[in-house]
Design a protein around this ligand. Sequence first.
Ligand SMILES: NC(=O)c1ccc[n+]([C@@H]2O[C@H](COP(=O)([O-])OP(=O)(O)OC[C@H]3O[C@@H](n4cnc5c(N)ncnc54)[C@H](O)[C@@H]3O)[C@@H](O)[C@H]2O)c1
Length: 258
Amino acid sequence: MAGVIDQEPLPDLVDLAGRRTLVTGGGKGIGRAITTRLVEAGALVTIADFDPAAADAAREIGATFAACDITDPGQLTRAIETACGDDGTLDILVNNAGIFPTTGSMTEATDEFVHTMLDVNVRAQYSAAREAAKRMVSGACIINMASIAALGGGANISAYSASKAAVVALTRAFANELGPRGIRVNAIAPGVIDTPGVQAEMEALKRGGLDIDAVIAANPLRTAGQPDHVARAALFLACGLSSFVNGHVLVVDGGSRA
Ligand SMILES: NC(=O)c1ccc[n+]([C@@H]2O[C@H](COP(=O)([O-])OP(=O)(O)OC[C@H]3O[C@@H](n4cnc5c(N)ncnc54)[C@H](O)[C@@H]3O)[C@@H](O)[C@H]2O)c1
């Protein structure tokens, strides 16, 4: 019967040895945790980040660093080329870099604010997927970082919610388009995850109407998610365990939307 697959042993399914990988925003938070897990699984990871401190993170983890603002097309292309193997191909893109500045009321969000949010979280992520896909062959995959904000709610974070809803839509569209080439495209939708980015915005988010502490207290697991919770999901989507998972949005939120 067509579609029968080999019963690969479990260690082989999670083995990413030699897989050429780019993680955007891998310098801290969720991206750093994902980089750590993918390196542990044997992947050859390049971190694309505009924070110079990400170079230290890369060294500690055993990754390569490419100084890169993902909104700059030239820097983005150079980072992707750094991640590619000698044959010019890329195996895994983790489209993680994103911003979540405090939105506050939609009556106060300026056009400039909305434009910046969409430029980083949607336009640059689209560019990264496009440039990566040009360099991918069958067996490669793309993992886009969405958010549960894409799936409902969204009061006081409207521009962010819209940007992440676009990431979900692009994930499904790309999965349909790249699937026939053997390239899988999936997304992760994290709930509240304790990262430097969230810590930096805690008070401002509260003033803008989003109390992160209250969101955590209401979680069925009564805890904030940690970056490694998301990294485990990313490892699943990157490896052979998920070989028939395509166009999926994997919610990693401790059940906050259950
Ligand atoms: N932390 C959460 O609760 C949460 C929840 C849902 C989704 N997310 C998404 O996960 C992703 C990572 O979030 P985080 O909390 O780890 O963020 P973070 O702010 O802790 O880390 C983000 C990293 O991305 C880098 N970065 C930001 N803009 C960049 C750019 N233009 N070019 C290159 N690098 C850039 C930063 O330097 C930093 O190293 C984002 O897309 C975010 O929207 C986070």
